[in-house]
Write a protein that binds this ligand. Structure first.
Ligand SMILES: C[S@@+](CC[C@H](N)C(=O)[O-])C[C@H]1O[C@@H](n2cnc3c(N)ncnc32)[C@H](O)[C@@H]1O
Length: 423
């Protein structure tokens, strides 16, 4: 074995320590990626003592801290690596410093480009940041950006909105993206005709459908429309026509209280049910206390998630600080790495890129220019972390919680997540 392997079933943690020499260094990568694929859904996996660039597609699993007695050097790949500032470099005299060409910079381009094709929607959700806005992207702009994403090696394309399925050229866009080789994702309320699901289903790798209630009335309370039955019927149809169907719901106190009713109402054939930490401002919370969640609310929800036997994965999405929860609970948190501009950027319906759905900073109109934007770097990978975060094993998954929530509470994207302060 070219690595040590330790599994803690109670805390649901796996620790891997590669033992590398110049003969096994290439083979070990593939064996460890196999372990990740097999256990990642149910365990937190940590890989000890190797540089992030040894596993560029699994960098968030790596624990790589500077050892006092060692010298480190930066190599040519470091200047392209998003983690350059937090990485000490390559240990002098280590197997990685041996001229082997297997190190690849992490996130030299974004993993995903998201298009808010238009703000038009069939729903009128209470918490939506797009409410009453009517901008939309020109289809030419989207095609051009997809071409650019293909040229530089982006992996995922996602279409969202508003409602992307009512965008007139959505079928052409989805087909184009899939034919270019992208993992193609769509966020939708799926209120279209079944024939349309059939037409575009084979070009979609992953659909994330919003469902906010467990019946017509509870769905109406959030979306202000009565489409619950239609959504559920269409989700069941999509399960037969699209590889991966997920459901997303914004967490409210009412959702937590009625969690078991959702489990009965949601189609059992979905792959994942994502529960979103609400990303809403102070003023909104004053009039809608349903969305004002504290750590105890999340703990109550996590206890219910742990007990459920749904057959699909259930997790809390949008960044949330891991230190507020026990290690075995953290397995149900998606963490910060997918949001806030750490791994993807979003083309706003006005035509510029921004860090996230909720952080509306104009980064530029071209992918590489926007990805290299210094403000983006300064609120994400190059942000000065607190000592508490610096020392934490979960740091690369959690990334200190939500930048949006920090801004809303303290007026700075660089502050701590308000849920951490309450600990
Ligand atoms: C904005 S919608 C766009 C796509 C599509 N119209 C839909 O219904 O899914 C994408 C997802 O973001 C969620 N969402 C919207 N506003 C949110 C907020 N303020 N906080 C957390 N999630 C939110 C929605 O519930 C939905 O699941």
């Amino acid at each position: 074995m070219s690595f040590k392997f330790k599994m803690d079933r109670n805390k649901r943690i796996i620790k891997i320590k590669p033992i590398l020499n110049r003969f096994n260094i290439s083979k070990t990568v593939s064996s460890i990626y196999e372990i990740l694929n097999r256990y990642e859904e149910n365990f937190q996996i940590f890989i000890w003592g190797v540089p992030y660039c040894y596993f560029p597609d699994a960098f968030d699993h790596i624990i790589y801290k500077k050892r006092k007695s060692k010298n480190y050097v930066k190599i040519s790949e470091c200047s392209l690596c998003r983690l350059n500032k937090i990485c000490p470099g390559i240990e002098k005299g280590s197997v990685f410093n041996d001229g082997l060409k297997i190190l690849k910079p992490v996130l030299s381009v974004p993993n995903e480009i998201v298009f808010e094709v238009s703000n038009k929607c069939l729903l009128d959700c209470e918490m939506c940041v797009k409410k009453n806005k009517k901008d939309g992207l020109k289809v030419k702009t989207i095609f051009k950006a997809i071409d650019r994403a293909a040229d530089i090696g982006v992996k995922n394309i996602r279409f969202t909105g508003g409602e992307p399925l009512i965008y007139p050229q959505i079928a052409d866009l989805v087909k184009y993206s899939k034919n270019k080789g992208f993992y193609t994702i769509i966020n939708s309320s799926l209120l279209c005709d079944r024939s349309f699901i059939k037409e575009i289903g084979s070009f979609i790798d992953d659909i994330l459908v919003s469902v906010h209630g467990f019946d017509e009335e509870s769905e109406f309370e959030i979306t202000k429309k009565r489409f619950f039955k239609k959504k559920i019927l269409n989700i069941n149809y999509a399960i037969k026509n699209i590889k991966r169907v997920r459901i997303g719901s914004v967490i409210t106190k009412k959702l937590i209280d009625n969690f078991e009713k959702y489990l009965i109402a949601l189609p059992s054939g979905i792959k994942v049910w994502e529960l979103y930490r609400p990303m809403v401002g102070k003023n909104f919370l004053i009039s809608k206390p349903e969305f004002d969640l504290n750590i105890e609310d999340y703990k109550k929800l996590l206890t219910k998630i742990k007990k459920s036997k749904s057959g699909y994965k259930i997790c809390i999405a949008n960044p949330i600080p891991f230190c507020a929860f026990r290690p075995e609970e953290r397995n149900f948190l998606l963490g910060g790495v997918f949001d806030d501009g750490y791994t993807r950027i979003i083309m706003d319906s006005k035509g510029y890129f921004k860090p996230s759905y909720y952080i509306n900073i104009n980064l530029g109109t071209e992918i590489s220019e926007s990805w290299d934007n210094n403000l983006l770097k300064s609120i994400t990978w190059e942000r000065k972390m607190s000592e508490r975060c610096d020392r934490c094993l979960w740091f690369l998954k959690c990334l200190g919680g939500s930048r949006y929530a920090s801004y809303e509470k303290y007026g700075s994207y660089k502050s701590e997540d308000p849920l951490i302060k309450k600990l």
